[in-house]
Design a protein around this ligand. Structure first.
Ligand SMILES: Nc1ncnc2c1ncn2[C@@H]1O[C@H](COP(=O)(O)OP(=O)(O)O)[C@@H](O)[C@H]1O
Ligand SMILES: O=P(O)(O)OC[C@H]1O[C@](O)(COP(=O)(O)O)[C@@H](O)[C@@H]1O
Length: 310
């Protein structure tokens, strides 16, 4: 089993607008709402790839109930910790005229100490039944900035392979617990080392430094439509994804993480894993919803991904 952890679960709402003029009234004709937040998106794609997954995290209020109900309807197992307050809504406004995506992310509920303790116990129990545990996304108020250190440590002690996909302080501090894999973007790599990443050679060097410093198994740096760069102890790879018609890129990173988790759970090689992860990310970019892939397209894309050892 794979466990995904979303400490700030959400309802991801997407408004599809022919145009989005600022300071004007726009009437929304076409919208979509689904359980989201990074880890839940990861769970949705893992499930679409046919691997058993359990989603956990904090949920609260009516939105929390909707998240639980919708995941049940999707056939995704879940085991959340309830908190007071309301789970957030994350709004993505797609302007179809100029192809822009504008995201408005609510802060989410305030988590108390009792819920933090309950979460630690939940991770201990789920990680002991899981090959892979994916921690994804931002921390809601009340969660200490270094909480991922506790959770990553617990999951590793329970014997799981740990993926951490976060940013800012949550990632920087979480690294102290030495997760097995991270999936930063270029900016996050630069921020972690406090450097400027001028070109791909500098990025490769930065990634190798991080890999060594935090004794990780692998780092994949996602580069949007330009693909990704991946490093393990002995080698580094440049991955190029096919050019496609892009509809909505929200959730591409989560789909990539889902592909990586699935390939690790199945014992695939890093190169096979990169093909699966990249194809999942690209397939998500071609759909209008975050955390969704088209199985047929995914299969085709998987064979079109180009991986070069650098
Ligand atoms: N415009 C795009 N065209 C094709 N593939 C994409 C595109 N955007 C993202 N992807 C795929 O999804 C992966 C993750 O996307 P990325 O945007 O880098 O992550 P994040 O959502 O975390 O910023 C990329 O490495 C790539 O494989
Ligand atoms: O938990 P965070 O970091 O606030 O991010 C939440 C948002 O990230 C998303 O999961 C999208 O993430 P990516 O596009 O980076 O994959 C949205 O669905 C969600 O609204």
């Amino acid at each position: 089993m794979i466990t995904t952890v979303t400490l700030n679960a959400a309802i991801d709402k997407t408004y599809y607008l022919p145009s989005f003029p600022l300071g004007k009234v726009s009437r929304v004709q076409h919208f979509h709402a689904a359980p989201g937040g990074k880890g839940i998106n990861v769970a949705k794609v893992i499930s679409q790839l046919g691997v058993p997954v359990t989603a956990t995290g904090f949920v609260g209020g009516m939105n929390g109930e909707i998240i639980r109900q919708q995941l049940t309807r999707m056939g995704i197992a879940h085991d959340f910790v309830s908190v007071e307050g309301e789970s957030r809504i994350c709004l993505n406004i797609l302007d179809e005229a100029n192809g822009t995506s504008t995201e408005l992310l609510e802060p989410g509920p305030i988590v108390n100490d009792a819920a933090l303790q309950e979460m630690e116990e939940k991770i201990r129990s789920l990680a002991s039944q899981s090959k892979i545990v994916c921690f994804s996304g931002s921390l809601p108020a009340g969660v200490p900035k270094d909480f991922y250190v506790n959770l990553v440590t617990i999951a590793k002690e329970a014997g799981a392979y740990v993926i951490l996909d976060a940013s800012g302080d949550a990632l920087r501090l979480g690294l102290e617990a030495k997760p097995d894999m991270i999936k930063p973007n270029e900016e996050e790599v630069a921020a972690l080392l406090g450097i400027e990443v001028a070109d791909e050679a500098a990025l490769q060097q930065a990634v190798e430094t991080l890999l060594q410093k935090y004794e990780m198994d692998r780092i994949t740096v996602s580069l949007g439509g330009a693909g990704s760069l991946a490093a393990v102890k002995e080698s580094c790879y440049r991955v190029t994804t096919p050019k496609v018609k892009v509809v909505n890129t929200v959730g591409c990173g989560d789909s990539f993480v889902a592909g990586m988790a699935v390939s690790l759970a199945k014992g695939l090689s890093l190169e096979e894993g990169l093909a699966v992860a990249s194809a999942a990310g690209t397939s998500n970019a071609m759909t209008d919803q975050a955390g969704q892939i088209d199985p047929e397209e995914f299969e085709q894309l998987r064979h079109q991904v180009q991986i070069t050892r650098i």
